[in-house]
Ligand binder design. Sequence first.
Ligand code: URA
Length: 241
Amino acid sequence: MQSKRARLDRFVSGQTGINRRAVRALLAQQRILVDGAPATEINQVIDEFSHVVLDDRILQANVPRYLMMNKPAGVVSATKDERHKTVIDLLERADRHDLHIVGRLDFNSSGLLLLTNDGRWSRRLTTPENKIAKLYRVTLEKPITEDYVRAFSEGMYFSFEDITTRPAELNIISDYVAEVALMEGRYHQIKRMFGRFDNEVLTLHRMAIGNLSLESSLLPGQSRALTDREVADIGLTSESG
Ligand code: URA
């Protein structure tokens, strides 16, 4: 998602139809407030969450929203779908159509799904260079062996995208259950990785993203707002303190 940064004079002009020369006069008269303070610079940059007021008229008052959902299997991670229920359909909030998904889960996958209207936050979480681990619990059709651990950590070449997957950590929990930590989110990545061993994924559940774990009291389909602390801390690594 693009970040919605814009020059203040262009934004005000676009919202009001007042030409940019006249907007400069409004700035000089201190009639435009950004986040409660009079704006004076024509080239001031605002973003989608800047609160912008001209005289008594609010031109923009978006508030950032951050939600966690326990996605049930059998629901599409998309904002719209012709055939199936989407995760947005599960929300009962008036602002649900302003939200986008931070890292999809497949139709049959379940677990922690994040939704927000903050494009900068979601990009930070999904950029592989930021090394924010996504933790999954997977059940398989056939027993898992130690060979898998090395193959996952070495990375696998996907010819379709012409990429090698980043090192992934696999912990064997029992013969048919593993936990996998990925730093990226390629299309059907975990299924394709187990597919190399001809081992079908039967269930796939995301347990955590970075420092944020799915709250155990959230039933499938339920969601809740993240706290300010959760929003700030989710992407902190031990290196970043
Ligand atoms: N990998 C998959 O194959 N599916 C998911 O939903 C998530 C990761």
